[in-house]
Design a protein around this ligand. Structure first.
Ligand code: 4AD
Ligand code: MG
Length: 471
């Protein structure tokens, strides 16, 4: 059995067998067969007289078949080669009445409807493209770090620490619920409160402080009740961590990494990207002019690869925003003032209107960032950095870590983090502590950028969001 992606590259004139699902069957003669290995379906040509009427009647959209035949030069204009079938075996039926109720029915379906049928949506051209690209991006991430001497480390999914301290945690417990019994956390499975991890960073730091360069790529969970197009309750994060490195090394790594990934997609996902590029263009024609992108998907990707990211301090970003037209015209919903967290409307302005390219913002006020970030000498900012992308907003969040034991202890106090809870983290600062830095890249945010999909639910196979955990 050969994958259709490989068959399409072969010269005509050989016997071949393929498996797949029928996309369409025209004139009792031409089957478009797709096996998911690529966007393009192969044309199977049959001589109807050679098959029973029962079989012919069962060659319906959605059914699966196995085909043996001869790869020949195509007489039609749509394709170079096609398969002249010698033997067709029906593997799984699909009744037209049932198919009609689903998104397998070959016509345009809304993204909402495709989401409701998440069990089938990967069979469409659109989601086939998205999830093939998702695979290539995951592979490229491991390739990038492996080639640069980083070690992949698996960090726990169940944990007792809250790295980000934002309180958006999912509890993990075996204690009985809802029966009014008083429950003691000491009786719980782990003998203490535990939850699903929001980040593998703290453990990745332990690895970097032993292996030099490490990274995690795992699922992370946040009970953010923000039902936005950019947030999931379960998402995947890539977190590299480097010893003997500062915030500048961190920004360099983030920029180089993102450029590599976008270039990798351009080089390895051309067919799927062309489809997504054309789809996004058509979709945008439906929107009012000012909501359309100035650049196409492929142009935006090219723009990232070709331009140096703008690097500015948080303080400078606030100045730019204060003096901006939308601020003067009171168009921003959230006020601008040194000390506030940047909202997505502000990030959008900086990236899409002001700089028109990716922006890295560095040195944020310590009060709006996590406890582990390294204090700057000014006494009010930390060595934190966010990478902002057009159409996405924050794609990477990272920092240099506080490696000074006394200052880290002090920060635990300021942030109300009991030292007993992270005694092990603090202890690494006592034995050969070194400056180190790292970041987290949201995998689905990256996927949104390289597919042009505008809802994060459409770049993860089975999204988990408030009130939704189907499939
Ligand atoms: O900025 P965040 O919260 O950083 C951390 O968790 C650090 N521990 C990372 C580190 O330094 N090792 O999250 C990192 C990235 C964000 O920039 C965003 O891309 C993504 O994770 N992200 C989400 N993606 C989807 N849904 C959510 N709810 C997300 N929250 C964060
Ligand atoms: Mg962040």
């Amino acid at each position: 059995m050969t994958n259709i992606v490989d068959v399409l590259k072969m010269p005509p004139g050989r016997s071949i067998s393929v498996n797949g699902w029928i996309r369409s069957f025209r004139g009792d003669r031409f089957i478009a067969l797709n096996d998911g290995s690529c966007m393009t379906s192969i044309q199977i040509v049959i001589t109807p007289e050679e098959y029973s009427e029962t079989l012919i009647n069962e060659l319906n959209t959605g059914a699966s078949i196995s085909v043996e035949g001869e790869l020949i030069e195509s007489l039609g204009s749509g394709q170079k080669t096609e398969i002249q079938a010698k033997k067709i075996v029906l593997i799984g039926k699909a009744s037209p009445e049932d198919v009609q109720k689903t998104i397998l029915q070959p016509k345009k379906h809304s993204l909402e409807k495709l989401r409701e049928q998440g069990h089938l949506r990967m069979r469409t051209n659109l989601f086939g493209a998205v999830f093939r690209i998702r695979h290539h991006m995951a592979f490229a991430i491991h390739k990038y770090f492996n080639d640069k001497g980083y070690f992949h480390i698996h960090t726990p999914i169940i944990t007792g620490t809250d790295a980000e301290g934002a309180g958006e945690i999912f509890r993990v417990t075996t204690l009985p619920v809802g029966n009014g019994e008083t429950t003691d956390e000491k009786d719980d499975f782990f003998g203490k409160p535990t939850h699903l991890t929001v980040s593998g960073q703290l453990e990745a730091e332990l690895a970097a402080l032993a292996l030099g360069k490490a990274y995690t790529f795992g699922p992370t969970f946040r009970a953010e009740n923000s039902n936005t197009t950019r947030h999931l309750a379960e998402f995947w994060m890539i977190e590299p961590e480097i010893a003997f490195a500062d915030i500048h090394d961190d920004m360099d790594l983030g920029e180089d990494f993102l450029k590599f990934l976008v270039q990798y997609a351009l080089d390895n996902c051309a067919e799927d990207l062309r489809f997504l590029n054309d789809r996004a263009f058509k979709e945008e024609q439906q929107l009012p002019k000012q909501q359309r992108n100035d650049l196409s998907l492929l142009e935006r990707m090219q723009m990232v690869v070709e331009n140096e990211f703008e690097r500015i301090t948080y303080t400078r970003a606030i100045e730019i925003l204060e003096n901006s037209k939308p601020n003067k015209k009171k168009k921003f919903k959230f006020p601008i003032e040194w000390g506030v967290d940047l909202q997505s409307e502000h990030e959008k302005f900086l990236v899409e209107k002001h700089f028109k390219k990716p922006v890295i913002i560095v040195d944020y006020p310590s009060s709006i960032k996590a406890f582990y970030m390294r204090n700057n000498d000014d006494g009010k900012t930390v060595a934190a950095m966010d990478v902002l992308f057009p159409g996405i907003g924050e794609i990477i969040g990272g920092s240099q870590r506080e490696e000074r034991h006394d200052i880290l202890e002090q920060k635990c106090e300021e942030f109300n983090i009991p030292k007993e809870a992270i005694w092990w983290y603090l202890e690494t600062r006592k034995f050969g502590s070194v400056p180190h830095a790292g970041f987290g890249l949201g995998f689905e945010r990256l996927m949104m950028f390289v597919t042009g999909m505008t809802n994060i639910r459409d770049v993860i196979p089975f999204p988990r969001t408030p009130k939704n955990a189907e499939f």
